[in-house]
Design a protein. Sequence first.
Length: 185
Amino acid sequence: MNYSLFHLLNSFAGRSAIFDWIVIFFADGALFLLWGGVLALLLSAFHTRFRHRFHCHLQIAILAGLSALLARVIIAEALKRLLHNPRPFEVITGVNQLIQHTANGSFPSGHTVLAFSAAAAIAFCYPRAAWLLYAAAAAIGISRVIAGVHWPIDILGGAIIGVGSTYILHYVFHHFFFPRQSDKA
């Protein structure tokens, strides 16, 4: 199924210059916009107009940063080194590869881990925007498959690791370090 889904998604690459440009943007550039949003929320926390959201915006930045560190630098790197799953262009001839990538471990997708870590952190303070945040993170991951540098399972694994690490850290923070008054009683 992993191969079949990869072939289906990757078959869309190379058909249209505009579509390819959109895929390349999501595969390589959209992650910077998502994390730019985290930075903008952090900076807005110190602006008087958004002072009422100070704790929430600060929480987003801390949670996203620590989750990214745990998920991408520790968990994802350990899995990449342990499993060393080859990338599609290493094992399949004729892959429509839209972006260049080194031939290193494929599982999990680091871009997807980072995208879902940021999306989950922001969604805690802005739950009505969660669907849009997760859709953007999913678009980043899926575009990596269309671009020929990841398998679909890499994206699923990255999403689980990104969201999972954010939820675990959120739970730890709110139950052990910053319990609400109602949690203490």
